[in-house]
Design a protein around this ligand. Structure first.
Ligand code: HEC
Ligand code: HEC
Length: 426
């Protein structure tokens, strides 16, 4: 408080001192009495101003004190405020913002499981249950036997390959602790739907992954008591990283300060050196064009016609650029599995160039599920309505599809995607 008061007084005193100084200096120069009198009057005026400034400052100080009392009242009220039925204390020294996390909020974050089993919740699950849950939630990517579909990670096998040039690192061959498997699966799988597995489901899945690795038999049941003590084959394959002690000194030399190379010249660029080549082997699409598969409908032939058209050319005249941009953004959800544009290839899913007008399941060289093969036989053709319905609920609309994607709930996302995909011709 004294600090704020001095802030108010000091300029006042400073002003007075200045005026007095001027008065004395002027008097010494021998001005006439009348002028001295004027100055004395002026001085008196200044004295009066000073008095009123002081009163004002005192008033401000009083108001400040009042506000401070009010603030501390509010703070103590906040401290006693009731949140979720529990009294919550204000943070010390703060402005009373925020509140301590509730126990259930902390519990939701505090899910880590340590190698000694700390953090494992109660629960259990057996291989048999695990097989069912795995088939439903994991097999689309990791394969029915954890062998991995396409480029999705393999979770089983690979024993004895770690020292090879191309090691197969799986849960069985590589991971040192089973607790990590539990923690990882529970925390981050299924990919895209992390955090949805219950403790029991996770125990069952982990038991099934062990079974897929031939590490347990089909009667095996995993629970919070036997998990941490389960010995993984590669548990001794990890060493403490002591390079800072052993190696850093060897690599650390004095910087060159004399007779150094005088200039660095860039001789070639990575693009010319072809360090990151795009693999020229093209492609299912080109082959498809030549072969003219009989399943192609008139509609697809029609969109095929301007085949030398640039991929990003808008197909329709009235294209809303904002919508297309929004669609491009939504497509990030698809791009893990689908490619579009120049040189698009089949990945986990078929490329999506020239989609509208294309028969279902018709991209050459892509292995479709039987539901897509059936749709192809029926001659069903992709249009915006079909795509909208499919993307809303892929698994329901094409029952048995191997596209593991939950769907786009928002209609505007689907509309944007429709607009975006329409911009890609053959
Ligand atoms: C949509 C595809 C998909 C689904 C479904 C899925 N995963 Fe995964 N899984 C992945 C991807 C991608 C990675 C690699 C993630 C990374 O490296 O960041 C992965 C990694 C893993 C790994 C680590 C593999 C390793 O050696 O690094 C395990 C274990 C795993 N998943 C288990 C599961 C289980 C169990 C389920 C079912 C509950 C499941 N996943 C469902 C895609 C999927
Ligand atoms: C996890 C991988 C994955 C993701 C993510 C994914 N797809 Fe698919 N998609 C597939 C697979 C696999 C197929 C083949 C389906 C089948 O054969 O059952 C497919 C098929 C399709 C087809 C049918 C193509 C044809 O030739 O008949 C369309 C259209 C499609 N996806 C659009 C999308 C869109 C749009 C998104 C994003 C909103 C998306 N997909 C997200 C994997 C995926």
């Amino acid at each position: 408080m004294s600090k704020s008061l001095s802030g108010i007084y000091l300029p006042v005193f400073g002003g007075i001192a200045l005026v007095c100084g001027v008065a004395i200096a002027v008097a010494n120069r021998g001005y006439g009495n009348s002028q001295i009198e004027t100055l004395q009057t002026r001085l008196a005026q200044v004295e009066a101003q000073k008095a009123s400034a002081l009163t004002e400052a005192e008033e401000s100080a009083a108001r400040l004190a009042e506000l401070e009392t009010r603030l501390s009242e509010l703070e103590s009220k906040a401290a006693n405020a009731v949140v979720g039925g529990e009294p919550v204390a204000a943070h010390e020294g703060s402005f009373g913002l925020g509140r301590p996390a509730l126990p259930e909020e902390i519990a939701a974050w505090n899910v880590d499981v340590l190698p000694d089993g700390r953090g494992l919740p109660e629960g259990s699950g057996d291989v048999f249950t695990g097989e069912e849950v795995f088939a439903e939630k994991c097999a689309a990517c990791h394969g029915d036997f954890a062998e991995g579909v396409d480029n999705w990670p393999v979770l089983a096998g690979g024993f004895g390959t770690l020292a090879n040039e191309d090691p197969v690192k799986t849960v069985g061959s590589y991971w040192p602790y089973l607790t990590t498997v539990w923690d990882y699966v529970h925390r981050s799988m299924p990919f895209g739907e992390a955090g949805t597995l219950s403790a029991d489901e996770t125990y069952a899945i982990v038991a099934y992954i062990l079974y897929s690795n031939d590490l347990v038999d089909d009667e095996f049941e995993l629970n919070q008591d036997n998990l941490a003590t389960f010995e993984m084959p590669n548990r001794d394959g990890f060493v403490i990283d002591d390079r800072p002690q052993r190696e850093y000194a060897e690599w650390r030399t004095e910087p060159c300060m004399e007779n150094c190379k005088d200039s660095v010249e860039i001789t070639r660029r990575a693009t010319f050196l072809d360090v990151t080549p795009d693999d020229g082997e093209d492609s299912a699409m080109a082959a498809g064009d030549d072969a003219e598969t009989p399943t192609f409908t008139a509609a697809s032939a029609a969109t095929e016609a301007p085949s030398d058209q640039v991929a990003a050319e808008p197909a329709a005249a009235e294209v809303d650029p904002d919508l297309v941009a929004a669609g491009k953004n939504v497509f990030k959800k698809c791009s893990a599995c689908h490619q579009v544009g120049d040189g698009a290839k089949n990945r986990t899913g078929p490329h999506l160039n020239g989609l509208f007008g294309r028969t279902f399941g018709s991209v050459e060289g892509f292995g479709y599920s039987s539901v897509f093969k059936a749709a192809n036989d029926e001659g069903r053709v992709w249009d915006e309505a079909e795509l909208d319905a499919f993307l809303a609920k892929p698994k329901a609309y094409m029952k048995g599809t191997k596209m593991s994607f939950a769907g786009l709930k928002k209609e505007e996302d689907r509309a944007a995607l429709n607009a975006y995909l329409a911009t890609f011709g053959e």
